[in-house]
Design a protein. Structure first.
Length: 107
């Protein structure tokens, strides 16, 4: 197998052999853990859900910031209007609702 270190040579001491065995066990344990993570479908699905959740929260926050910025712009433009225009804008929806209710009652 390429990429794996060669074991101890024929003149290796028992301590060197034991150290090589321990290192091999550690590598194998890491490989087994990596394989277990890959085949754990539930955990991978939960990771994907978490990723999507984080991305959605980021997009929602971005959208919220855009709405707030737009709201501030509208507020600033409204404040810059003459008082008569401000009153007309505030009263227009009420007048529209009254007209619609009257038309509904008459029909």
């Amino acid at each position: 197998m390429s990429g794996t270190p060669a074991g101890p040579g024929p003149e290796a001491t028992p301590e060197e052999i034991e150290a090589d065995i321990a290192a091999t066990r550690a590598r194998l344990a890491g490989n087994v853990d990596a394989l277990a993570d890959k085949v754990d479908v539930k955990a991978r699905a939960q990771d994907k859900v978490e990723d999507v959740k984080v991305a959605a929260q980021a997009r929602a926050e971005e959208g919220k910031e855009k709405v707030l910025a737009g709201s501030r712009q509208v507020s600033e433009r409204y404040q810059g209007l003459p008082k008569a225009a401000q009153v007309a804008i505030a009263v227009a929806p009420v007048v529209l609702m009254v007209v619609l209710v009257i038309r509904k009652i008459r029909s």
